[in-house]
Ligand binder design. Structure first.
Ligand SMILES: Cc1cc2nc3c(=O)[nH]c(=O)nc-3n(C[C@H](O)[C@H](O)[C@H](O)COP(=O)(O)O)c2cc1C
Length: 181
């Protein structure tokens, strides 16, 4: 059983590439990662992993990536109260500034209703957008990491590094304690 289940959905492979980079970074910490496209995900696999990182892009003016949307009934049928969850979202803040990473908000909403415990909330500083369903009530954080390969690809590496650092001191701390024991 891997330490972390890393699941992504994608239409044009950007989210897959970011998921692969995260996998490498987690593995460099000594953690085992199971990486899977949501099209291949079995509900049993999801239930068996307490530490989950989910990647989702937003499409078509606030729309949900099709494979994640198809998986919604499964998500709504499961209890996530024992799950530690971090979400990352891909979007385009200039092209779709009224819907920036909206799908992260959709996923967070469902998983919160199913009892999930969340980590990796991410500051909005450095992004330029009008509205997002993924905003926390404080208006200053997203419900997960925002990656913009269309407009700010040059910031992706540093954002991934900083997000992994944040997860190291929060969600992943119990796992890392065991690895380093
Ligand atoms: C037709 C189209 C619609 C899009 N709609 C949104 C949107 O509503 N919100 C957003 O943040 N990004 C939007 N995007 C940007 C994509 O989310 C972005 O390109 C992302 O990196 C795609 O990820 P993927 O390659 O994993 O599918 C859209 C892109 C296209 C081409």
């Amino acid at each position: 059983m891997a330490d972390i289940l890393l699941v992504y959905g994608t239409d044009t492979n950007n989210t897959e590439s970011i998921a692969q980079e995260l996998q490498t970074r987690f593995e460099q910490l000594g953690l085992g990662v199971e990486l899977t496209n949501i099209t291949d995900l079995e509900p049993e696999t999801l239930l068996a992993h307490s530490y989950c990182v989910f990647g989702i892009p937003t499409w078509d003016f606030g729309g949900i990536q099709a494979d994640w949307e198809a998986f919604e009934p499964v998500l709504r049928s499961l209890d996530f109260s024992q799950h530690q969850i971090a979400i990352f979202g891909l979007g385009d803040q200039f092209g779709y500034g009224d819907f920036f990473i909206d799908a992260v908000g959709w996923l967070h909403e469902i998983l919160a209703e199913q009892g999930g415990n969340f980590y990796g909330y991410w500051p909005t500083k450095g992004y330029d957008f009008n509205a997002s369903r993924a905003l926390l009530p404080d208006g200053e954080h997203f419900m997960g990491l925002a990656i913009d390969e269309d407009q700010q690809f040059e910031l992706t590496e540093q954002r991934l590094a900083a997000w992994v650092e944040l997860l190291k001191t929060s969600m992943l701390a119990p796992l890392l304690e065991k690895v380093n024991a």
